[in-house]
Write a new protein. Structure first.
Length: 183
C-alpha cells in the first residue's frame, strides 16, 4: 500500500512540474528531493520536528520554510513537502523520490541498469557491456556500477525487474540444476 501512495504523490508532483510555465525542471526537483532527504537523514532534530504529532502543522510549515530556504528549494518543492508533511507521509519520502525518478525516466525514455561485478570494471569492459545492453532496450541506457564481493567472477545486470546473471556463481548454480535434473 505504501508504494501505491508514494506512486500517487510522485505522479502528482510530476504533473505539477510538467505544466506549461512551471519554473522548475523535473531533474532539478529530483536533486532538491535528494538534498532534502539527506538533510532529513542527517538531523535528528529536523526529523523529530517533522514526524512528531506534538509539533503543530504551523510550526512544521515554518521549519520547512526555513530549511527550504537554507537548502535553496524551489517554491514548488517547498509546497510539495508541506503537503507531504501535513498528510504525515514524510516516512514515504524516499519511495516518493524513487517513484518520481521512475516516472521521469519513463517520460524521458531512460532505461536504468544496475550492474554488479566481482571486481571493478575497466572503461573498455563498461563500454562493451553498455553497447551489448543498449541493443536490447528501448530508450537511452543509464548504467550504475557496483562491486559485489559475493560474486566469484562475471557480472549481474538488473534492468527493472529483470535480472541477467552472467556471474560464475550463477553459471555454477545453473550447471548444478541441470546435473540434478539429468541425474
Amino acid at each position: 500500500m505504501s508504494l501505491a501512495v508514494a506512486n500517487q504523490y510522485a505522479k502528482a508532483l510530476l504533473e505539477v512540474v510538467d505544466k506549461p510555465g512551471s519554473k522548475v525542471a523535473p531533474e532539478s526537483v529530483l536533486e532538491q528531493l535528494e538534498t532534502f532527504e539527506s538533510a532529513l537523514a542527517e538531523s535528528r532534530e529536523f526529523r523529530v520536528a517533522l514526524l512528531s504529532p506534538a509539533v503543530s502543522s504551523v510550526q512544521k510549515s515554518k521549519v520547512l520554510a526555513r530549511v527550504g530556504g537554507i537548502l535553496g528549494l524551489s517554491p514548488v518543492v517547498g509546497n510539495f513537502l508541506n503537503v507531504v508533511t501535513s498528510h504525515r507521509r514524510i516516512p514515504l519520502l524516499s519511495q516518493i523520490r524513487v517513484q518520481f525518478r521512475a516516472h521521469l525516466d519513463d517520460q524521458l525514455g531512460i532505461v536504468r541498469a544496475r550492474i554488479a561485478a566481482a571486481r571493478e570494471l575497466g572503461a573498455a569492459q563498461r563500454s562493451s557491456l553498455e553497447s551489448s545492453l543498449a541493443s536490447s532496450v528501448k530508450g537511452s541506457l543509464r548504467c550504475s556500477y557496483s562491486v559485489d564481493g559475493a560474486l566469484l567472477g562475471g557480472v549481474t545486470v538488473q534492468i527493472g525487474s529483470k535480472v541477467l546473471d552472467g556471474s560464475v556463481r550463477g553459471q555454477l548454480d545453473s550447471l548444478r540444476r541441470r546435473l540434478v535434473a539429468e541425474g
